[in-house]
Write a protein that binds this ligand. Structure first.
Ligand code: ATP
Ligand code: MG
Length: 300
């Protein structure tokens, strides 16, 4: 198997706009960005020393699948996706192949637009304390991992690099967005996209427990779906066949379970500078591949 690519070397050919835990962004021109997913992997908010070969390409292929799929299933949806071809300054650099997409550069709406169909993670923590999720009253007696009566829009703040996003009430999110028409559209689209995606995921044996979207505004203030979408990095994918038997406890994560289990059992949870052993790398790579193949219906 090929080496993991954890540093995206653009050889000075395009200006770098930003670098996140997994992705690097470059400016192609004033209106276009190149979105590049590296093979870096993080667990418990820490990036591992070595990456997962092929992961960046698998994430990008999943996002591209959804950018093609969703506008056909959510009426009026526009996305920032332009193409998977490489812009000319870097077209011969193999590092970028399969892991990059060109997208329309937009003004980002400063919230993380999360939708939850199932109760888990920070939603579950809040529910145990107060019977609410993002301040929204929930029925009594829910167990961890249970399907919610209906999918919920549970936005969070979009923190600066290094800070933690914070769950907020829909009301507070509407205030941050400021324009009521735009806020209503963000909520409506988020729920519609979640429903369409959860249906597709279910048809291939995956529970889409929750997911995070970001939206931007074009020059006419139209709300456009941006960022990566519906990958295991921005969503919780659970295997459908073990969901029911795991109700009431933490569900196995489709992709990072091997890594998380290995970190925990070796006392490395949250530690910096960890090198992941080869067998865990291979098992994790196989899980990402399986998720990608199931979602896209193509061999990856
Ligand atoms: P992390 O995801 O590692 O926690 P992050 O979200 O800051 O950190 P990335 O996800 O790697 O970093 O970077 C993507 C950044 O690009 C986000 O800040 C996102 O809001 C922004 N972005 C996504 N799509 C567009 C777009 N079409 N135009 C402009 N900015 C975009
Ligand atoms: Mg991000």
């Amino acid at each position: 198997m090929s080496e993991a690519i954890t540093t995206i070397d653009v050889q000075g050919k395009l200006p770098k706009v930003a670098s996140g835990k997994v992705r690097d962004l470059f400016a192609v021109d004033d209106n276009t960005l190149l979105f590049v997913a590296s093979d870096r992997i993080s667990a418990y908010d820490v990036i591992m020393e070595n990456g997962i070969p092929g992961k960046g390409a698998l994430l990008t292929q999943m996002s591209i699948f959804w950018f093609n799929y969703l506008p056909k299933h959510v009426s009026g949806l526009r996305t920032h996706y332009i193409s998977s071809t490489l812009p000319s300054p870097i077209s011969s650099l193999t590092t970028f192949q399969d892991r990059s997409m060109q997208v329309q550069r937009l003004r980002i709406i400063p919230i993380e637009s999360i939708v939850r169909g199932y109760i888990t993670g920070s939603g579950w923590s809040e529910y145990k304390k107060s019977g609410t999720v993002n301040g929204i009253k929930m029925p009594a007696g829910l167990v961890e991992g249970q399907k919610l009566p209906q999918p919920l829009w549970t936005p969070s703040t979009k923190a600066e690099l290094g800070d933690k996003d914070e769950n907020i009430s829909p009301e507070k999110a509407r205030k941050i967005i400021a324009n009521p028409t735009i806020a209503a559209r963000v909520e409506e689209l988020s729920l519609q996209i979640y429903e369409a995606a959860a249906k597709h995921a279910e048809s291939v044996g995956i529970v889409l427990a929750d997911t995070k979207f970001e939206f931007g505004l074009d020059e006419k203030d139209e709300v456009v779906l941006v960022d990566e979408v519906l990958t295991p990095d921005s969503s919780r994918f659970w295997p459908q066949d073990t969901w029911e038997q795991n109700l009431g406890k933490a569900q196995p994560s489709f992709d990072k379970q091997f890594l998380r289990d290995w970190l925990t059992s070796n006392g490395l949870k949250g530690k910096e500078g960890v090198k992941v052993p080869e067998d865990i790398v291979q098992q994790t790579a196989a899980k990402y591949r399986e998720a990608c193949e199931k979602i896209t219906g193509k061999s990856a």
